[in-house]
Ligand binder design. Sequence first.
Ligand SMILES: Nc1ncnc2c1ncn2[C@@H]1O[C@H](COP(=O)(O)OP(=O)(O)O)[C@@H](O)[C@H]1O
Ligand SMILES: [Mg+2]
Length: 305
Amino acid sequence: MPSIDARHLTRRFGAITAVNDLSLSVDKREIFGFLGPNGAGKTTTLRLLTGVLTPDEGTIQIAGIDLRSDPLAAKRCMGIIPENSTVYSDLSALQNLVLAGRLYGMPPVERERRAKSLLNDLGLADRAREKVRNFSKGMRQRVSIGCAVIHEPEVLLLDEPTSGLDVQSRRLVVAMIRRMHDQGSTIFLTTHNIDEANALCTRIGIINRGTLAATGRPEILKQTFDTTRSVEVSFTTMVGPEWFSHPSVLRVEPMGDKYRVFSRDPDDLVKSIVNNAVRDGLVIASLNTRGPSLEEAFLAITGES
Ligand SMILES: Nc1ncnc2c1ncn2[C@@H]1O[C@H](COP(=O)(O)OP(=O)(O)O)[C@@H](O)[C@H]1O
Ligand SMILES: [Mg+2]
């Protein structure tokens, strides 16, 4: 049984269709990255999945529970980090987590113990009794994730969880996502950070203008949308672009004192560059190969540039 099963979701705001006939299913233990440009419909989808918004059409099951017919039971299975974190400024970090535990129906001793252990993991042990009012954005976000995971949810849904955070907070938030995953949670996270999705996610869905444009493993998406590789090379003396003419070369782009040479067969290309450099008495100053990037796949799918 999938942790998230959404079928044919549509949500309109007046004339705008923010989410358009979107179906997706996330299996237990996946880290699913939901990528898309600004305004694509990521936040609206996450709000639908967490029951904050009601879809105009479509159905949602969380851990097999229908969100519309049993919203409380479905919400108990979820931990949610919304776009703008909602922590109570007048409460301490510890009080925020303990309160969240209470709202999820955890017994007092259990919620206190878990809150302290989480604050320790989130690097906030020495600030636990301080009011959140004085915290930086990154520290608030750490409190927010602590509140969201206090009840060890089966599904953790996060909206751009690391956007705008300092380096230390980002690392701690990513570590907490990984830890929840290791402990058995399913993760659904929206992001427009392609590198982060590439590093963290087992599967990626790309949303564009309310429609799911593609899903797949990050590596598969890369291969599908850009099968070319490139080689960056420079010599101690300059050569012209025609020097690279070779059957496997697709195109040559000058880049400062280097050339980027695109090929479908980088092995053959590198060997020919080295052989021809020896033949012509050229000295190679640098030589690097580059694979296709997820960013290129993303641009190919969304048609933006
Ligand atoms: N509450 C709302 N009222 C009106 N329009 C909205 C509302 N929420 C989102 N939208 C519109 O829906 C589209 C998708 O927005 P959103 O889901 O926030 O995108 P993303 O999170 O991918 O940036 C945008 O065109 C946005 O302006
Ligand atoms: Mg958003």
